[in-house]
Design a protein around this ligand. Structure first.
Ligand code: AKG
Ligand code: FE2
Length: 351
């Protein structure tokens, strides 16, 4: 790749600074109070909830340790992903995604209309997953998406299924802690996740000859409820710090997960918590792997600010929207460069 392909080139203002000053990083939160005691100690839980609430307010991002996910499972998953991506393009394209079934492999994603320097493999958490056929509000047809079955490595799908179960368990726990931190019942959000549309993504960022011009993933916010991200030890994820508006590198912490509250929690909390912009830098020498689990509600979930969190002084800031319609709208526009901007939650803003 000698010539710079203009599809990858970011506008000047969005290009990464390659010499990063490592400011204070995102908080690291120890989840052992909920996992390592048979009967959790109420004051430990209270402190944990406070820590999570502050992290959500200040950063929208935090890392968790002692999260209960076996590290041996994570290792097996990392190895399987490496084996898959090391194959020829021809092999990988045998499980390519298409406009009907968007799971599987692809290497042409655009974020904000600039091509990302990455290749991706997506699996659903629930196979099959029911979603609306299109984003038209008046059309009530549905479609089922199903998972790809890569031939190699042969055990890939089985490991992904095992890992998905662990991600779900952790996601529900985190959601409870976040609910408590907002002052609502621990299980308040659970009803929205019946037949959830969550999915797991394998990201591979190959070394890039022009890391000052391109990004692994351009700046964006995640559209779902919560993301649980595993990153390797290379580093590259940057988060926009709310107070300073600076891009801050998320330093890899071994065996930790990076958690971010996404657009739906922003809406539920009526902007008490914000979904924060992030992006991924690439580098000339090393490839990088990351594995986000996107925890999304069921397609039928209606998303709007929680009644308990709104009142006369703090009226709802968003119109209700159906998650499934929003999701397929976003997905269809990710396929190619488009003239109009992607659907975002601010399009539902009331004030
Ligand atoms: O690779 C990463 O660290 C983050 C990827 C990401 O933000 C995404 O896939 O939405
Ligand atoms: Fe993201």
């Amino acid at each position: 790749m000698g010539e710079v392909d203009p599809a990858f080139v970011q506008e000047q203002e969005h290009r990464p600074k390659l010499s990063i000053i490592e400011a204070k990083g995102i908080p690291v939160i120890d989840l052992s109070p909920i996992f390592h005691n048979e009967v959790p100690n109420p004051s430990d839980i209270e402190n944990l909830v406070k820590e999570i609430g502050s992290a959500c307010k200040e950063w929208g991002f935090f890392q968790v340790t002692n999260h209960g996910v076996p590290s041996s499972l994570r290792q097996r998953l990392d190895e399987a992903a490496k084996l898959f991506f090391a194959q020829s393009l021809e092999e990988k394209r045998k499980v390519a995604r298409d406009e009907i079934n968007p799971t599987g492999y692809y290497d042409t994603e655009h974020t904000k209309n600039v091509r990302d320097w990455k290749e991706v493999l997506d699996f659903l958490a629930n196979d099959p997953t029911l979603v609306p056929l299109n984003s038209d509000e008046n059309d009530d047809q549905f479609i089922q998406w199903s998972n790809p079955s890569p031939q190699f490595p042969s055990h890939f799908r089985a490991i992904v299924e095992e890992y998905n179960e662990e991600m779900e368990k952790l996601a529900y726990k985190l959601l409870e802690l976040i609910a408590l931190s907002l002052g609502v019942e621990a299980k308040r959000f659970e009803e929205f996740f019946k037949d959830h549309t969550s999915f797991i993504r394998f990201n591979h960022y190959p070394p890039c000859p022009y890391p000052h011009l391109a990004l692994g993933v351009g700046r964006h916010k995640d559209a779902g409820a919560l993301t649980i991200l595993a990153q390797d030890d290379v580093g590259g994820l940057e988060v926009k710090h709310k107070a300073s508006q600076e891009w801050v590198l998320v330093k890899p912490t071994s065996d930790a997960y990076i958690i971010n509250v996404c657009d739906i929690i922003q809406v539920w909390s009526n902007d008490a918590y914000e979904s924060v912009e992030h992006r991924v830098m690439v580098n000339k020498e090393k490839e990088r792997f990351s594995i986000p689990f996107f925890f999304n509600p069921g397609h039928d979930a209606e998303i709007k600010p929680l009644e308990e969190l709104t009142n006369k002084q703090n009226s709802p800031k968003y119109k209700p929207y159906k998650w499934g319609k929003f999701f397929v709208h976003r997905l269809h526009s990710n396929f190619k460069k488009q003239d109009e901007e992607n659907l975002q939650i601010y399009h539902y803003k009331l004030q």
